[in-house]
Write a protein that binds this ligand. Structure first.
Ligand code: AMP
Length: 310
């Protein structure tokens, strides 16, 4: 099949208890596309950068098989910049800086070669741009998934709700789900979000795994218990990329297959947090992924004989 992704391609500066980086390549679109490209060989990226963005980084994405024809390079403008700091509890972080730069007036163009993509991933960026991409794809994809974050919930809630009403799957973290639904219980929040439009809701819970809601069912995936998390940046995006990349590759959007996709998403997130930025994603090979899938299977497999209990 074919997968089109829109999301930020960015410079990030990250600080964790393990160290600090200068500006390195990041962005939701970057992480989603890198994670998805392991599964879907026909992966297209739409984004915008300034002319300060090194060509080598785009070549790196191409080397992973990602089509970057949909990335606009704005002359005289700067690339989106984000800076974040993590403390000992890696599930929490502070955003120190968000500079939209070239993202501020980005008018996305969907290249002809991307038209006809069966799967569309609206990665984290301005909700209006996410909606424009839906509207500019001539034939509605088989599945549209959206990810967002508190920045857009705080700044553009009504526009975000409008875009959310147009998608099939919403992927969001627990605090954002609570904020969006104005509801503390994640089960109730997922129901309220279902009523906003998306048939499926995925709630990411950082080191505590993820929940998939849909068709009146719930599936719960663990996160891999790791002794230490090096850098959680992009984990949510790698989760989304693994999820949608696997669905696109298998072309099966049943709830049963989405359960597998949630595991694949968790696997990709578990790699990403082992090193700074995109470093780990650029090292791993399909065999590493297979091995880790097995670790997840072993982690959750149990066989209780109910008749032996009472
Ligand atoms: P995650 O850790 O999965 O939430 O994603 C982190 C990535 O999101 C970083 O690489 C940032 O460049 C990018 N990012 C941070 N803030 C925003 C924002 N407001 N909109 C789009 N992307 C963002």
């Amino acid at each position: 099949m074919s997968l089109t992704i829109v999301g930020t391609v960015a410079f990030d500066a990250i600080e964790t208890p393990f160290g600090k980086t200068d500006k390195i390549i990041g962005g939701a679109g970057t992480y989603v596309a890198l994670a998805a490209s392991f599964f879907e060989k026909n992966t297209n990226l739409i984004s915008v950068v300034g002319d300060d963005f090194p060509e080598d980084y785009l070549k790196m994405l191409n080397k992973q098989g990602i089509n970057t024809d949909g990335i606009q390079i704005k002359k005289g403008e700067k690339t989106f910049f984000w800076s974040g700091k993590y403390y000992d509890n890696m599930n929490k972080r502070d955003t120190l800086v968000t500079e939209l730069n070239s993202l501020a007036d980005f008018d996305p163009v969907v290249p002809d070669a991307y038209q006809g993509s069966e799967y569309l991933m609206l990665g984290n960026l301005t909700p209006t741009i996410q909606r424009l991409v839906i509207e500019r794809i001539h034939k509605r994809p088989k599945l549209i998934m959206l990810d967002t974050m508190n920045f857009w919930l705080d700044k553009t809630l009504e526009e975000l709700k409008r875009t959310i009403s147009m998608v099939d799957v919403l992927c969001i973290n627990d605090e954002e789900a609570q904020q969006l639904a104005n509801e503390h219980s994640l089960v109730k929040a997922a129901k309220k979000i279902n009523a906003m439009g998306p048939k499926y809701v995925i709630i990411k819970k950082g080191a505590h795994g993820a929940l998939l809601f849909g068709n009146g069912k719930i599936f719960c995936a663990p996160a891999l218990p790791l002794e230490s998390v090096f850098d959680p940046t992009g984990a949510g995006d790698c989760f989304a990329g693994g999820f949608i990349g696997y669905l696109s590759k298998t072309d099966d959007i049943s709830f049963e297959n989405m359960k597998n996709a949630v595991i694949i998403g968790s696997v990709m997130a578990s790699f990403n947090i082992e090193k700074f930025g995109t470093e780990r994603l650029l090292e791993i090979k399909p065999d590493d992924i297979s091995e880790r899938i097995q670790q997840f299977i072993d982690l959750v497999r149990f066989d209780i004989k109910k008749e032996n209990i009472f």
